[in-house]
Each structure stands twice: as C-alpha cells, then as structure tokens.
Ligand binder design. Structure first.
Ligand code: FAD
Length: 465
C-alpha cells in the first residue's frame, strides 16, 4: 500500500515496536501520529507528573523520528475524529496501532474500527505492551486465573514473542501538518515534581541496561529495601512503552545465563514482577468492573467509615507515622514511590484510617509518573484485601514493624522526612509514648495502630455477617 498511519499510544519508541514495524513493512510511506487528549478532562486518572513525562517522551520520539527521516504528526481532540481526518488528508489506506489493556482505550479502538469500516480503511491492532494478553493465559478449563502463582506457572510455560530491532528509516509524506510539541504552558500543566526521571526512549534504555548489568542479580534479595536503588525503576518506561517488554524479558534471560544459581533465582523473581503487571492487565481486561467495585464479591459494597478530613494528612505526609510520611513525600517530590512503601501507605489509608481504597487509587493515579490503571487498581485492591489474590483482610501490616524490617537504619525515613534526620532510628520501630512526639515539629501519630487494626477486623466481619 502507499500510505498507512501508525497511531502511537503506549508505545512511544522506535525499537521493537510491533505495530510500527508492521506499518513500515506494509506501506511505502508512514504517518506516525499521536493524538493529544485534553488531560484535564480525565483528571480522575492523571496529573502533572505523568503529563510532563509524556510531553518529554513525545519530544524525544519526534527527535528520534527525525533522525530516521520522519517526524511526529501531533493532533488533538477525540482520537477517532482526529485519525479519520488525518486518514482523509493523507489518503491513508490503513491505521496500525498497539492494543490498550484498559477499558477506555478499548472503547476507542471499537469506535475506530467502526469508523474505519465506514471509510473503507483497514485497521491493524497489534499485541505490543504485554508478553501475554487477554485470552492467552488461562486455566485448563479455559477460565481466567484469579490467583497469581498458578497464573505465573502457566505464563512461564508459554512461548515468548521475540524482540526485533529498531526501525532504521521511515518515509513520511511531507504534507500533513502537526501541532507544535506540547509544553507545560500550552497544555496548562502545573510544574511536576522535581524528581521525575528523564523521559524518552534513550533515557529508558539506559535505565534498562544499567539495571540488568548491575542489579538484576541482587534484585531478589534487595527489592524490598526502600532506601537506595535496588529495583529497575522502569515502571514509567513500561507504562509509556519507552522500552519493549519483549526486549526487557529477553535481556533478563540472557543475563541470567551468566549468573550463579542465586542470580538466576533473582532474575526469575524479577520476571515474576513483570508477570504481575500482566496478571493485573488480564484481570482488568476480563473484569473491568474492578474500577468501580471490589473484585472479591464477598467484599462488594464494603463501608469505609473513616474520618474524611484525615485524607489530607495522608496525602501531605503528616500522619505521624514516619514510614508512611516518607512514602507520601517521596511520591510528592518524585512522582514515584517504592513498591514496599506503596503497600504500607495503601494499607495505612484503608486499614488504619478506614478510608475507601478508591480515594487512594485516585490520588496515586493523579500523582504517579508510572500511574497504570490495571496495576494501580490491582495494588490498591491487594492492599485493601478486596482484590484478586489479595492480602487476606486480617493480615494487616504494622507500619512500625515494617519499618524495623525494611528500613531498620531509618535511611529512607531520614531522606524524605527532614524533621526526623537527627532522631535515632530505633525510635521509628515503635510508636512514641502517649502524649509525646518524635520531634518538636513532627506530628504525633494520627491514630493508634492497634486500635485501628481491631476496628478493621470488626468492619470486615460485620460486612460478611
Ligand atoms: C497500591 C499500589 C499501587 C501501585 N500502582 C502502580 C501503578 O500505578 N503503576 C505501576 O506500574 N505499578 C504500580 N504498582 C506496582 C509497583 O509498586 C510498581 O510497579 C513498582 O514499584 C515500580 O518500580 P520499579 O519499576 O522499580 O519495579 P521493579 O521492582 O523493578 O519491577 C519491574 C516492573 O514490574 C512491574 N511490577 C512490579 N511490581 C508490580 C506489581 N506489584 N504489580 C504490577 N506490576 C508490577 C512494573 O512494571 C515494574 O516496573 C502499585 C503497587 C501498589 C501496592
């Protein structure tokens, strides 16, 4: 065919991009397009940190396309209407894109397919963002897994798609006009957190290489330590498709071959985390109602009767629980939070403050640079005890003993809560004596953990009776 559109979505890269490679193979000229939506209209699901990272990644994508003889064509508004218009302008015969795992993306895909049929244009949807999607990982009776371990066993057994290289040249018609690259003022994005990582494919690939060479071997043992850098920090890159999941998986296996038994075990642990991402995507594919309801029918309609005025203390990192406050301030300052402290902060909101997990889910989506609907909903419902393969509701993490276990020297706490820098770390291992504070300018604990825990158990029991 003469001309095809590649619609960039969550695949903002040139390396091993299945839909882009297919478009380049099928058409003489390719129109690489991204459709900007008004981010403020979807403010429930996004915020400045992720939008800023997206803007930077689009600028980097445009520069990378220019280096291979092409350029990014930016349009705005409703994706289907914008693509229809672009197809008419360029006389494109087909639109290529990679499938989205969330229900909003899928609804757009369905509308696009209907519009394309009407216009006589082909649409080609590709699997790109997951190694396995939708109906690929199923139980022997063809059902969806609801528990991770058997899901992972089945996931591991399936052959994995191979990575391909980067596109080296791309011919693009000269005519189609593009909007200027979005920046903070044009898009009215308030400044994001100063610590959001560098966007773009090049920076993401550097992070991937660095992790595999230096930390994959120790990931299994160190991944729960929130201070320092022990994990891959690739979540925002996977979220926007700046690295290919196939390449990442393949690189882990290749590195594992050069490691001892411990290192190989560590690589499997890492790969299991990549599979958690796909487990939650599959849950969302099959059960989109999890965005509004508890996954576990036993806990549908649970009451969360906590005092709503405490939400602000949680968001601002002023609960008087040092590990929770460190986590929330890390989020505020970097648009990121370590996985261990995401669990602690989320359990604290639901099980100590008795506030609805949806309030926390929304705040995370609005602040995380890696905010991903499936993983975030999965993580929140795991922590609340209502999700697929969730922490049982009666296993309530104690923020003080979690600190003793995972931040014994208080390094993480001292990094993010400056008021506590001069306080001996042992003081973070248990609550201060009633009526006292850890530091003059630091609040006393907002709740008593032991009493809050009892209330949680009562709430869950009452709901089931
Ligand atoms: C309440 C809560 C909310 C969360 N919200 C998100 C979110 O919005 N976006 C997001 O990408 N992750 C989310 N997670 C999962 C996890 O915390 C992050 O993926 C991880 O901290 C990112 O850091 P990393 O890239 O260094 O992870 P690594 O430990 O290096 O893991 C590698 C990759 O595996 C995937 N991964 C790791 N752990 C999980 C997990 N538990 N669930 C799903 N995928 C996982 C991520 O893509 C991650 O980049 C959430 C977890 C919880 C408990």
């Amino acid at each position: 065919m003469q001309t095809a559109i590649h619609w960039f979505r969550r695949d903002l890269r040139l390396t091993d991009n299945t839909a882009l490679a297919a478009a380049a193979k099928s058409a003489k000229t390719v129109v690489p397009a991204y459709i900007l939506s008004d981010w403020k209209k979807s403010h429930r699901w996004t915020g400045p940190n992720r939008q800023q990272f997206l803007c930077g990644s689009l600028a980097s994508l445009d520069a990378n396309l220019r280096a291979i003889g092409s350029r990014l064509i930016l349009r705005e508004g409703d994706a289907v209407a914008a693509l229809e218009k672009l197809a008419a302008e360029t006389r494109a015969e087909a639109i290529f894109f990679s499938r989205d795992p969330d229900p909003f993306g899928q609804a757009t895909e369905a509308r696009l397919a209907a519009a394309a049929k009407r216009l006589g244009i082909a649409v080609h949807a590709h699997k790109d963002i997951a190694l396995h999607e939708r109906d690929e990982v199923l139980t022997g009776s063809g059902d969806n897994f609801r528990v991770f371990t058997p899901y992972f066993r089945a996931w591991q057994k399936l052959p994995k798609p191979a990575a391909t290289g980067a596109i080296k040249n791309l011919a693009t018609p000269a005519e189609p006009a593009s909007l200027p690259l979005p920046d903070n003022s044009r898009w009215q994005i308030p400044s994001g957190a100063p610590g959001v990582l560098e966007p773009g494919e090049k920076a993401a690939r550097a992070r991937m290489r660095d992790f595999i060479a230096r930390r994959l071997a120790t990931y299994g043992a160190e991944r729960d330590i929130p201070s320092g850098l022990h994990t891959s920090r690739l979540s925002q890159d996977l979220r926007f498709g700046l690295v290919s999941i196939r390449e990442l998986h393949q690189a882990c296996l290749a590195q594992a071959d050069s490691l001892d038994a411990g290192g190989r075990g560590s690589a499997v642990k890492y790969i299991a985390e990549l599979a958690w991402r796909e487990f939650y995507m599959q849950i969302l594919w099959k059960f989109p109602e999890v965005l509004d309801h508890e996954f576990n029918p036993k806990f549908r309609g649970m009451r969360w009767p906590g005092d709503p005025s405490r939400l602000a203390a949680w968001k601002n990192g002023e609960t008087g629980f040092p590990i929770v406050d460190a986590a929330m301030r890390e989020l505020r300052e970097t648009g990121f939070m370590h996985n261990r402290t995401r669990m602690i902060a989320a359990m604290f909101l639901t099980k100590d403050l008795h506030l609805d997990w949806r309030l926390g889910e929304r705040h995370f989506m609005q602040t995380l640079a890696d905010g991903e609907i499936a993983s975030n909903n999965g993580g929140w419902q795991w922590s609340a005890g209502t999700g697929a393969d969730a922490a049982p509701y009666f296993r309530i993490q104690n923020p003080w003993s979690q600190t003793k276990r995972f931040d014994p020297e208080g390094l993480y706490i001292k990094q993010w809560v400056p008021e506590l820098r001069d306080i001996p770390a042992v003081k973070f291992h248990e609550p201060p004596a009633p009526g006292t504070r850890l530091a003059k300018n630091y609040p006393p604990p907002i709740v008593d953990h032991a009493a809050a825990r009892d209330t949680t158990l009562e709430l869950f029991k009452a709901h089931q009776s």
